[in-house]
Design a protein around this ligand. Sequence first.
Ligand code: SAM
Length: 280
Amino acid sequence: MTIPKSTASLETKQSRRSGWDSRARAYHKYQGKVSAQAVGPLLDAVGIAAGGASAGQRVLDVATGPGYAAGEAARRGARVMGLDFAPAMVALASRNFPEVAFLEGDGDHLPFADDAFDAVICCFGMPQMALPERVIAEAHRVLSPGGRYGFTLRAGKARDPNKQMVYAAVQAHGKADVALPPAGSDSGLRDPAKYEALLAAAGFTGIEISEVPVVWRPQTEQEILDTVYNGSRSSRLLERENPQAREKIDRAILEFAARFKVVEGFKIPRLALLLAARKT
Ligand SMILES: C[S@@+](CC[C@H](N)C(=O)[O-])C[C@H]1O[C@@H](n2cnc3c(N)ncnc32)[C@H](O)[C@@H]1O
């Protein structure tokens, strides 16, 4: 397959990369436990089973971040390579999972030969890609025939109380003249049907979409606010607000979160979508 030349400007890519570089530790601290919950179902979907049946399978984890999926695939016996374009993420993943090989590289231009892997995965990285169609085409190229591809997305806010919590608070009390984070921070592609079309266009077959419920369990109200302000895309919405607006927003966020209060803190349900396909 001929892969179209990248149209993303170097400047855009560099600013995305440095954004992730500076957020690596916060992402790990505030999002890690929730992200890691999707890893098991993702690996199961691409045939990297627990219990040693996957020994020797060659797995590539694209946009590995702190390395959760790569680490678990290695624990399941696979031979794993984790790749991320942010050097701080690569360093963090190497510290988290010293037994796994991590490499700095771009998901839309993979530094691997054709047919090099039995499975390619991408856990919550796809909507961050400037060129998802190219990332998918690259995954197809490096997979061997019969190889499996899987990636997860966070569900849109209609199905994710965590997102509703922040957006509703900003909508009600925000003063800044911004409805969404600035363009360039996200490809905006979250619709599974669009990914299904991209997968089919790249030559994948047997496309399956499933839901993976995950739970965010902050212990305190402060942890909720710290996560919202430091560990998520929504922090960019809030950075622009003045202190008076932020106070009201914080109160609204915590009122919403109170619906999910349990004895030991909060149990806030979230939803991930899992897409899996095969290279024939
Ligand atoms: C939301 S995090 C996901 C991290 C991890 N996979 C997880 O499950 O938590 C997105 C990751 O994608 C990486 N990323 C974004 N665009 C990329 C690209 N074009 N090539 C490689 N990595 C990229 C970022 O550096 C970041 O580590």
